[in-house]
Write a protein that binds this ligand. Sequence first.
Ligand SMILES: NC(=O)c1ccc[n+]([C@@H]2O[C@H](COP(=O)([O-])OP(=O)(O)OC[C@H]3O[C@@H](n4cnc5c(N)ncnc54)[C@H](OP(=O)(O)O)[C@@H]3O)[C@@H](O)[C@H]2O)c1
Length: 250
Amino acid sequence: MKKKTTKRPQIICHMISSIDGRLLVDRWSAPASGIKAATLRRHYEEVGAKFPADGWIVGRRTMQEIVEGTTRKVKASGVHPRETYIGNRKGRRIAVAIDPHGKLHYGQDHIGDDHVVAVLGEQVSDGYLAELRQDGVSYLFAGSDGHDLRRAMEILSAVFDVETLLLEGGGRINGAFLKAGLIDEISLLVYPGIDGLAGMPSIFDYAGIEEDRPAAGQSLRHIATETLEGGEIWIRYKVETNTKRKTRST
Ligand SMILES: NC(=O)c1ccc[n+]([C@@H]2O[C@H](COP(=O)([O-])OP(=O)(O)OC[C@H]3O[C@@H](n4cnc5c(N)ncnc54)[C@H](OP(=O)(O)O)[C@@H]3O)[C@@H](O)[C@H]2O)c1
């Protein structure tokens, strides 16, 4: 019997890395003389804006660096059902945080012009859900532990009516999406600099064991390459399912 597939958004993983594929921008070597760091930094947002996306997704740690809300105790008025809740979206693009344990505090319903949607595990407290409702933040559940990313994407498609989303890191959440076969395209800016230290996180950083092959069964087909001002390179690949070859050597 053919497996039933439910609609999910197209996911474009949009990232910037050093030439050694590293994730942490503050560690990269400085631009060559005559090249402005601001020019190189600007490309990421400008290129991202070229995609007709309905919003963006980040992992909990990346969102922690963006949000400014503080921890507060909100009393729940009873038990909130573990069902999708739509806050004050008002037709805006969405900013999705994958936050299985409900660690993030927003204090408002938006980041910039975009409406916040929290992807949670069902075990978060009723008080936390009450806090999100008070802030006007939307939320949905990715199974009991909050790790069912495919389910979360299906809900975003069905309930929030989104067709395309940018997945914008960090490496851990990119790795989890890769392993789940949820990435359709990669848009990578290669910054002309180096991290250079062994063991630093990379832009795909699946938390697994040595035997894991998170990209197995997936192949990259080149779409385009462009050299941007200052020598930053924008590369685009389509991710194709490859049932014949699991890895490079098989
Ligand atoms: N170069 C770039 O383009 C770029 C882009 C974005 C971010 N960054 C940088 O990346 C760093 C953060 O990256 P990161 O890799 O450490 O963290 P991350 O991917 O932003 O977030 C990881 C967190 O997401 C949750 N998570 C992980 N796997 C999951 C799964 N399968 N299902 C549901 N939730 C899952 C976990 O939250 P819990 O721990 O709460 O369980 C995990 O700790 C920051 O320094 C940021 O500045 C760089």
